[in-house]
Design a protein around this ligand. Structure first.
Ligand SMILES: Cc1ncc(COP(=O)(O)O)c(C=O)c1O
Length: 386
């Protein structure tokens, strides 16, 4: 792992312990600069060529996304967030009466409400898999499959517990049964090694504002060539269709749409170019550091922390199998100690998610073993509250 590069990009964090990647991104210096420079260039050039230059940015970003997840750049389309990417699939999939989709009870709303919506609008059945104290068992998913199951929709890493699904095993099962395997990648991308081919992922949706090191305001979908032309896009505009005209020509055929045959068909008009540029720079850093190095550092830090806090009486969300570790540790505290827990976090300069009686610690490559020591001390202090 290139620690010098991490120091260059993240020295601005000083002695703060940032463990909130599961909620918000902490963009590296190069992303911050690119985001600011985008606006400076825009203004200093009076907006000249901004759109044509921006499509260059978009196409370069397609390439780095495809490099990261091992697909072809023609299989990447840009959207505004995860939910939009999931909705494109939910409303564009050629469902027939009696079809069903499998979802998990602990899913983030972005990968649940589009399915509830399509269930209500189109009468598609939802098969809901129950999780067990944070764990999701593949056998439970298989038990929900039948001849009418068309899609399994699941997060790579669950947002509320940190459970990392064995995507390869589940993808393989879906592949054998010709079920579309859809993954919400936002909690895993940029932190864990994801290979859509090896894992038989057919469709993936993700915002770019967590481990991908981009910013809020952009997302992407990956759709495998096998499925692209079977999914009818939600939006039709000049970016998604081939038969658009350029001024001074005007549209003369009002009965025909010829969709792009690649993932551009899922894009509508102008995109969040500045956010897509931020994503490009974020992924470039991830590729320079090496996703395997990143994943292995995160998992080592997670194991180290889990071991340090294994004897506390506070409830720590545990997984039966280490392969389900995804660099997120959740610890419950008594809700009436909320203010005291906040004080402890402040004392140790820990930034993490705190909601509904638990803290969620999202680990990334810029964290260190010394920081895990501090976090362990903080959790032991929380353990003594009351
Ligand atoms: C698993 C998961 N999916 C989706 C999202 C966000 O959805 P969206 O990008 O639509 O805001 C989050 C977190 O914010 C998440 O943890």
């Amino acid at each position: 792992m290139n620690e010098k590069l991490i120091e260059q990009e993240y020295s601005f964090l000083k002695d703060e312990i940032f463990l909130n990647v599961s909620s918000v991104v902490m963009p590296p210096l190069r992303v911050q600069n690119a985001y600011r420079n985008f606006m400076d260039d825009y203004v200093s050039n009076y907006g000249d060529d901004v759109v044509s230059k921006s499509w260059g940015i978009v196409n370069q970003t397609r390439k780095v996304v495809s490099q990261l997840i091992h697909c072809d750049s023609s299989e990447i389309g840009f959207v505004k967030n995860t939910c939009e990417g999931v909705s494109i699939l939910a409303f564009g999939f050629p469902f027939e009466k009696g079809d069903n989709v499998i979802v998990i009870d602990q899913e983030h709303q972005a990968n649940l409400f589009p399915w509830i919506h399509v269930h209500q609008q189109k009468g598609i059945d939802l098969h809901v898999v129950k999780s067990h104290d944070g764990n999701i068992f593949i056998e439970d998913i298989i038990n929900q499959m039948d001849d009418h199951t068309r899609i399994v929709a699941i997060s790579a890493i669950q947002f509320s517990t940190g459970f990392y699904m064995d995507l390869k095993e589940l993808g393989n099962i879906c592949h054998q049964k010709n079920i579309l395997f859809m993954v919400d990648g936002i909690q895993a991308l940029g932190r864990m090694h994801i290979d859509v081919q090896e894992m038989h992922i057919d469709y993936m949706a993700s915002g770019t504002n967590k481990g991908l090191l981009g910013t809020l305001g952009a997302g992407f979908v990956y759709c495998s060539k096998k499925w692209i032309e079977k999914i009818t896009p939600l939006y039709a505009s000049y970016q998604s269709v081939i038969n658009h005209v350029s001024p001074p020509a005007i549209t003369t055929n009002f009965d025909f749409i010829e969709w792009h045959t690649d993932a551009r068909r899922f894009e509508s008009g102008n995109l969040s170019y500045n956010c897509i540029l931020a994503l490009q720079k974020g992924i470039e850093l991830i590729l320079e550091l090496g996703i395997e190095n990143i994943e292995s550092k995160i998992i080592s830090l997670e194991k180290y922390l889990r071991n340090k806090i294994k004897n506390v009486s506070l409830k720590v969300v545990e997984f039966k199998n280490e392969k389900n570790y995804g660099g997120i540790v959740c610890v419950y505290y008594p809700i009436n100690y909320e203010n005291s827990v906040k004080e402890v976090l402040k004392k140790y300069k820990i930034h993490c998610t705190m909601r509904g009686g638990y803290i969620r610690l999202g680990i990334n490559f810029y964290n260190t073993f010394e920081q895990m020591e501090q976090v362990s001390k903080a959790i032991h202090e929380m353990d003594c509250l009351g």
